[in-house]
Design a protein around this ligand. Sequence first.
Ligand code: F6R
Length: 261
Amino acid sequence: MEVVISSTPDEAGKLAADAIEELIRRRPEAVLGVATGSSPLLIYDELGRRVAEDSVSLAKARAFMLDEYVGLPEEHPQRYLSVIRDEFVDKVDVDPAQVSGPDGLAADLATACEVYERAIAEAGGIDLQILGIGTDGHIAFNEPGSSLASRTRIKTLTGQTRRDNARFFGGNVDAVPRHCLTQGIGTILEARHIVLVASGRRKAEAVHQLVEGPVSAMWPATALQLHPHVTVLLDTAAASRLQLASYYIETFQGKPSWQGF
Ligand code: F6R
């Protein structure tokens, strides 16, 4: 696991965009895994700028979302498919038909999860997965107690996650759905490269557990310690509880310039 501590969230966003740009240059038809929430917004903004400047093109790329709320109507602005359209698809040149998520409106949710797993596999798997992290240590919506081998399925959101996400629902926690479909931890671990971004002091404990804690279903993000290629991009506030912060900084500063992520 490579841990990079930047002085600002902006800088972390640029590093994530560098990793994506490098992948797309190598493999224009790459499969990206995209996250919603606040954390990846700076990445999408930066990618949008680079696409506008013609320095990169996502025209041949595909993207799969991590998760979706169950039951939010199609026109709801917080339906994750709408959020990804507004925050990612509309900013870059990816083909909207090549961006998909689990169907939280399906009559048969269990089958929708299986269909989604198959779609990811048929696309050849995810080359680079962008992740945020919840204050309770979730990745995607794998809440504490999730099986570390889980696949895409229905999950119940914790009260903490619903309170955290109430800001997207006008501050009304009751408006935040109780259920979601989410890629499982086992699904996420199959991505070839995982780039997790986190900023702010509220994420510091979850980040400490992710990087330095014991692997445990109580902090689902710790499962990433089992993956051979994870990049964790932090600002100083999110890194503030890391015991080995100065070692991570020294390691990154000493990294040869030819060695990318
Ligand atoms: C979103 C997702 C979640 C968020 C996490 C952090 O698709 O899967 O795991 O990444 O809840 O959210 P923010 O970035 O809003 O703090």
